[in-house]
Design a protein around this ligand. Structure first.
Ligand code: 5CA
Ligand code: ZN
Length: 416
């Protein structure tokens, strides 16, 4: 699939020897701050994409913004970034919504993916190099499953009507290494995310579906496993391995995906390759509205497109409002956050418009340090506030303004 336009990213020509030389972030699997990305060359990142059955809400946008910070910090460190994102463009919720609304599931997926691209473009989120739909990867998935069948790690259910294929989680000793959940908590989440622990014939309750035989009226593809469609987790495993290879740097998504999705993606990949799937697992905080996690299924949404479209908000203010929350924080959206961000943006623009401003090198160093230390955007914003406030009062060096604009654009993605 095509992704969306690449905004320009200014290169910051400022030496900051005091700033850390690597990005360190909180990794869910080890529960510690760890260095992520190579010291030179290409960093590799996979972030789980949308299921396009409804409009992008601020929760989704916030997740992609978190990983946009990773992308920008790596680039500022001089790395190339191979960024891959999927689209779950065939899945139960999408098919159910299409059926409910009497539209073709492909048209629904296409229209919602288009809206998502517009939101990402407006928010100046750097696009993935590979933006891959599940419907484009059927062969890839089958090719990944076949050797797992031969190795006895994927088995076919003895079910007359629907002999589906399952991955045996006991066949890989890394199962549970990402989430570290105890069995009871894991089972509850497995069920919450559509798992079927009690289906007769399964070897283990948390074995997951990798290939589902065609159900009446549902889309399906012919394959050596029968005519059907892939399960959700194996799609991300297959796409990531195809475009990034083994042991890539970051597997990312919202905190709702730690278990079962990222756990199972990782264990399936390890079972297939014998190598770790990703080196670090990053999970951004969940955004709520009216006391609950924002979700398409509950309908408690605020949309980027509504704020920018109907309400006429500056997309840079929407971006800045989200960045005032630390990437791992769970938070609630309230309209006053947009007002505060709009005011802040105006102050920054005023400071950028001054011919005489303070030297910016110390600020670059501070912002780099904050972002390279667990992507601390709120601390970076506070440092920029202080600098902008001071430059509105003091006369300084002529070059500062342009460098200030480039800094805020390159590292925070906010265009002044
Ligand atoms: N297609 C799958 C991933 S393969 C999926 O989870 N799609 S989604 O549309 O439900 O979510 C897309 C991304 O947004 C995921 O990374 C998910 O973790 C994240 N996300 C969903 N809801 C929220 C929320 N309320 N706050 C923050 N992030 C969220
Ligand atoms: Zn995924």
């Amino acid at each position: 699939m095509h992704s969306w336009p690449h905004p320009t990213v200014p290169r910051l020509d400022v030496e900051t020897p005091e700033a850390p030389t690597r990005l360190r972030v909180y990794d869910s699997a080890t529960g510690a701050l760890v260095e992520t990305g190579p010291d030179h060359g290409t960093a590799r990142m996979y972030v789980c994409g949308i299921t396009p059955y409804d409009a992008t809400h601020l929760g989704h946008a916030n997740t992609y913004l978190s990983f946009d910070l990773v992308n920008r910090v790596w680039r500022d460190l001089g790395l190339e970034v191979n960024y891959v994102q999927n689209i779950t463009d065939v899945d139960d919720p999408l098919l159910e919504r299409a059926e409910r609304d009497g539209v073709d599931w492909r048209d629904l997926a296409r229209s919602q993916t288009d809206l998502f691209r517009d939101d990402m473009t407006n928010l100046r989120v750097l696009p993935p190099a590979h933006y891959v739909g599940a419907t484009e990867t059927i062969d890839l998935v089958v090719n990944l499953i076949e050797p797992l069948v031969a190795a006895g790690k994927v088995y076919q259910l003895d079910d007359e009507q629907y002999p589906d294929w399952y991955f045996d989680v006991s066949s890989d000793d890394t199962f549970m290494a990402v989430s570290g959940l105890d069995e009871q908590a894991a089972l509850a989440r497995f069920v919450e995310f559509g798992g079927d622990p009690e289906r007769p014939g399964k070897r283990n309750p948390m074995d997951c579906l990798v290939w589902m035989q065609a159900r009446p009226g549902e889309p399906s593809w012919e394959s050596s496993l029968g005519t059907g469609r892939p399960g959700w987790h194996i799609e991300c495993t297959a796409i990531a391995l195809q475009h990034l290879g083994e042991s890539f740097d970051v597997q990312g998504g919202g905190a709702d995906l730690v278990f079962p999705h990222h756990e199972i993606c990782a264990t399936q990949a390890h079972a297939a390759t014998g190598a770790p799937f990703a080196r670090t697992y990053l999970h951004s905080g969940l955004v709520g509205l009216h006391g609950e996690k924002m979700s398409k299924s509950k309908g408690n949404l605020e949309l980027v497109s509504r704020l920018v479209g109907e309400q006429g908000a500056d997309p840079m203010a929407v971006r800045l409002a989200m960045l005032t929350h630390h990437w791992r924080e769970n938070w609630e959206w309230t309209p006053d956050q947009l007002d505060a961000a709009t005011e802040r943006l105006a102050r920054w623009r005023e400071a950028a418009g001054l011919a005489q401003t303070l030297d910016v090198a110390a600020l670059v160093s501070e912002v780099r340090t904050h972002l390279r230390t667990d992507l601390d955007a709120p601390a970076a914003i506070a440092a920029i506030d202080a600098w902008a406030g001071a430059s509105l009062n003091i006369e300084g060096d002529d070059d500062g303004a342009g460098q200030f604009v480039d800094l805020v654009d390159a590292l925070l993605g906010v265009q002044l």
